[in-house]
Ligand binder design. Structure first.
Ligand code: PEP
Length: 251
């Protein structure tokens, strides 16, 4: 049985004192009920260590938003898997559309990052999604298939149990536009069938596939009640503890 996972991607938001406030509010809010899902927060690098101290022995898991696939060396400005692990990070977002579009990360870099994450014991949250133009051109499934096939190249089945896949239509990220539950479910089902083809049905059935793209308290329940939607990757609505908690309750 798959467990739902709700993750918050803080992006480039929150200085140290704001991060401490947000995660403390979140921890206090979650102490009052038993969430029916796993909860992950992905703050900026500069907040990871402090956030980790605050979430110790709580229901909240720690994720990072990015890392580099090399072990160490002359890579100015980059962060390694070992560095993340040393401050308590368990998950890492890989292939977010903002990394792909703004920082020009291509499928081969994403594949190397996934391999390094698995080697080091970090659990990747692999993001895939189509642009509005691609959706309107009727090639959503082709785009998703290409992204997933390239990202998972040479990655063995046993690693898939240690990752999360997030379907994030780019036209829905930070735009206030959300895929309808039916649109999202159609792609999630397609992804699960693809994983079954690439690996086997057992691997596919056990894979958590999150939806991301303007998830908020008002639409979370209808999205998360779809059979192949196993949680949410939340941007804007995770920056306030109240709205993130409402989404967690919907799961
Ligand atoms: C995201 O950045 O992964 C995301 C889904 O953002 P938002 O919820 O703001 O659309």
């Amino acid at each position: 049985m798959r467990k739902k996972v709700v993750a918050g991607n803080w992006k480039m938001n929150k200085n140290l004192s704001e991060a401490i406030q947000l995660v403390s509010d979140l921890r206090n809010g979650l102490d009052s009920f038993e969430p029916n899902c796993d909860v992950i927060v992905c703050p900026p690098f500069t907040n990871l260590e402090s956030v980790n101290t605050i979430i110790k022995d709580s229901k909240i898991h720690l994720g990072a938003q990015n890392f580099y696939f090399k072990d160490s060396g002359a890579f100015t400005g980059e962060i390694s898997a070992d560095m993340l692990l040393s401050v308590g990070v368990e998950y890492v977002i890989v292939g977010h559309s903002e990394r792909r579009a703004i920082f020009k990360e291509d499928d081969s870099v994403i594949n190397l990052k996934l391999k390094q994450a698995f080697t080091k014991g970090l659990k990747p949250i692999l993001c895939v999604g189509e642009t509005l133009e691609q959706r309107e051109g009727g090639i959503t499934k082709e785009v998703i298939k290409n992204q997933i096939t390239a990202a998972l190249k040479e990655i063995p089945a046993e690693n898939i149990a240690n990752m999360i896949l997030a379907y994030e239509p780019i036209w829905a990220i930070g735009t206030g536009k959300t895929a309808t539950p039916e649109q999202a479910e159609e792609v999630h089902k397609f992804i699960r069938d693809l994983i079954s083809e690439l690996y086997n049905s057992n691997v596919a059935e056990n894979l958590t596939i999150q939806y991301g793209g303007s998830v908020k308290p008002a639409n979370a329940e209808s999205l998360l009640s779809q059979p192949d939607i196993d949680g949410a990757l939340v941007g804007g609505a995770c920056l306030q503890a109240d709205s993130f908690i409402e989404i967690i309750k919907s799961a």
